[in-house]
Design a protein around this ligand. Structure first.
Ligand SMILES: Cc1cc2nc3c(=O)[nH]c(=O)nc-3n(C[C@H](O)[C@H](O)[C@H](O)COP(=O)(O)OP(=O)(O)OC[C@H]3O[C@@H](n4cnc5c(N)ncnc54)[C@H](O)[C@@H]3O)c2cc1C
Length: 553
């Protein structure tokens, strides 16, 4: 059951307390409560995910940011961007970011995980495969060997065709090379262009909350989920049979309902076995630091008494830079202004009654244009081996099968009519501060090369301002003015080998120098994968559940 009130909690102590009912948190809640002897409590700062239409309907995703379902974080002013801060959206309902994200399901390359393997051991990733909403024949559109069908979250191909789909496939065939078709970019070798896989099942978003906390799991008597409750810090206890010395932060969490609640209560709950932090790469280091775990000098500067010396807490935060390009289709020579924001609305159509009809169709059958997020295909590429950047910096990627650049192709029209737009996102998939601006520039040029292919001639495509220049200095200025976060922050509580002088968690995800405390979320990645982050986080959480079960056997 999902509880709204602290007072409704049936007990004060649980075997496991999971802080953050997000992508990883819901996976753990499900897997750990499979053992009926373990009482599991999930503490989630945000509200329940249930009945949030904008989360359920895939293309309504853009309506969720800057709402109360988003933490609405903003970075500090970024010197490299002329002092401009950037928005860092994070999911705030149950399901966390998987309830508000773009639903791209991209695993990254096998080398990304090989790079982790030095600290994590055998990854053993797997996932379930479900049919797309329109039930079309998917033969040849993905590699069945790379997917399992027994997982909990749904992953499918786009369930509605976009007018540019055939053009994308045609362009790939004509251009080959960096744009060669890849039937399944999730099979470990991601390079090339292919259909995007999405966390969508039965035409609607499949988040970690809708799947791992589905009613059949929520009905478990030993699973307790408390929403609207923010964990403020970990406090140490000496719980009888377990030793807990100075370097042992363990088991008690004061929980605070949000100030917005009608009452303001603080309560302490106790974990008999483990506290698991799954509050994402921004929230997890914050809770650690508020608990006195981090760099002692930094903590003292913040007026926090240091308890455990772990200087890597909050360091190494890595994210991917992204720009959004707009391409106008000049069919019949009628270009419309890109400043017309109605052009960007999902599934724009000449008939103003269509959006209501589409919603009705979605509500009735879970079919139609509202079953996907407008992105059907994605391209993953690398710089040429003789790229001049390598004269100054080494390759930041994990290996030669790892994409460095990502181009997401967003169709905006059912039929291409005059003035319609195509959007592309250009992302540096393997970020590194010295590499980024060069990488974004080259991602823009990669998009240009793709749309310069003969197949697009009849569309008379033109790249719109401000990116309609090929001069390095002009591009750099535009990139600095517009680049934004791809919303994939990772690495701020990184894994490292046991006894390493750096890192925050051991390969079994236990926080160094503590007992009874693990971290399971995006923050433990030592390197970002070239992918979007939810697939790696689901995999981390599944593996973590196995590790935890094993250690308490
Ligand atoms: C707008 C957006 C679009 C994205 N698009 C994609 C995409 O298309 N594909 C993709 O793969 N990835 C995408 N991502 C990234 C991906 O969703 C996240 O990286 C991933 O889900 C993170 O999982 P997590 O478990 O680490 O954290 P989250 O899923 O964010 O979960 C953290 C949870 O902890 C809770 N929490 C935080 N602090 C506290 C506290 N003090 N007390 C209690 N609870 C707390 C939060 O409310 C949240 O529910 C996107 C992210 C965003 C925000």
């Amino acid at each position: 059951v999902i509880q709204e009130s602290l007072l409704a909690l049936p007990r004060v102590s649980y075997e496991f307390i999971i802080v953050g009912g997000g992508t990883a948190g819901c996976v753990l809640a499900n897997r750990l409560s499979e053992n009926p002897k373990w009482n599991v409590l999930v503490l989630e700062a945000g509200p329940s995910h249930e009945n949030i239409l904008n989360s359920q309907v895939p293309p309504y995703v853009f309506r969720l940011q800057n709402t109360s379902y988003d933490w609405n974080y903003t970075s500090t002013p970024q010197a490299a961007l002329g002092g401009r801060p950037v928005a860092l959206p994070r999911g705030h309902p149950l399901g966390g970011s998987s309830s508000i994200n773009g639903m791209f399901y991209t695993r990254g390359s096998s080398s990304d995980y090989d790079r982790w393997a030095t600290v994590t051991g055998d990854p053993g990733w797997s996932w379930r495969w479900t049919k797309p909403a329109d039930n079309h024949d998917t033969m040849g559109q993905y590699d069945p060997r790379a997917h399992s069908k027994t997982g909990i979250t749904s992953v499918s191909l786009p369930g509605f065709p976009d007018a540019i789909d055939t053009k994308v496939a045609e362009a790939s065939e004509q251009l080959g090379g960096e744009f060669a078709w890849n039937t399944d970019t999730n099979n470990g070798d991601s390079l090339g262009i292919g259909w995007l896989q999405l966390t969508i099942g039965n035409g609607e978003r499949s988040s970690s909350a809708t799947s791992y906390l589905a009613p059949k799991y929520l009905n478990r008597k030993n699973l307790h989920v408390l929403v609207n409750s923010r964990v403020t810090k970990l406090v140490q206890t000496s719980p009888g049979n377990k030793p807990s010395g100075l370097e042992s932060i363990r088991q008690v969490l004061p929980v605070q309902p949000k100030p917005a609640c009608s009452f303001h209560a603080v309560r302490t709950v106790i974990a008999r076995k483990e506290v698991i932090l799954s509050a994402v790469a921004l929230g997890t280091p914050q809770i650690l630091m508020l608990s006195g775990i981090g760099d002692p000098t930094e903590l003292r500067g913040l007026g926090i008494e240091p308890k455990i010396n772990l200087p890597s807490v909050g360091k190494n935060l890595t994210d991917q830079p992204q720009v959004a390009l707009t391409w106008a289709l000049g069919i019949n020579g009628h270009l419309r202004s890109v400043s017309d924001s109605s052009l960007l609305s999902p599934r724009r159509a000449a008939d103003p009654t269509l959006p209501d009809k589409w919603l009705e169709e979605w509500k009735t059958n879970r079919t139609g244009p509202l079953t996907f997020n407008n992105v059907n295909s994605i391209a993953w590429t690398r710089l040429p081996d003789d790229s001049p950047i390598y004269e100054r910096f080494s390759d930041p990627s994990s290996g030669r099968n790892t994409p460095q650049l990502e181009i997401g192709i967003v169709g905006t029209g059912y039929y291409p009519t005059p003035g319609r737009l195509i959007l592309t996102s250009a992302v540096v998939a393997t970020p590194h501060s010295q590499f980024d601006i060069y990488g974004v520039r080259e991602a823009i040029r990669t998009s240009r090369r793709f749309f310069a292919g003969p197949t697009w001639e009849e569309y008379n495509i033109t790249l719109q301002p401000p990116f309609d220049t090929d001069v390095d200095s002009e591009l750099d200025a535009v990139i600095k003015a517009t680049v934004f976060s791809a919303s994939h922050p990772v690495g701020s509580a990184s894994m490292s080998p046991k006894n390493a002088p750096w890192g925050v968690v051991d390969p079994d995800l236990k926080v160094k120098k503590t007992t009874g405390l693990r971290i399971v979320d995006a923050s433990i990645m030592p390197f970002i994968t070239c992918a979007h982050t939810q697939a790696p986080v689901y995999a981390i959480a599944e593996r973590a559940a196995d590790l935890i079960k094993e250690s308490w056997k």
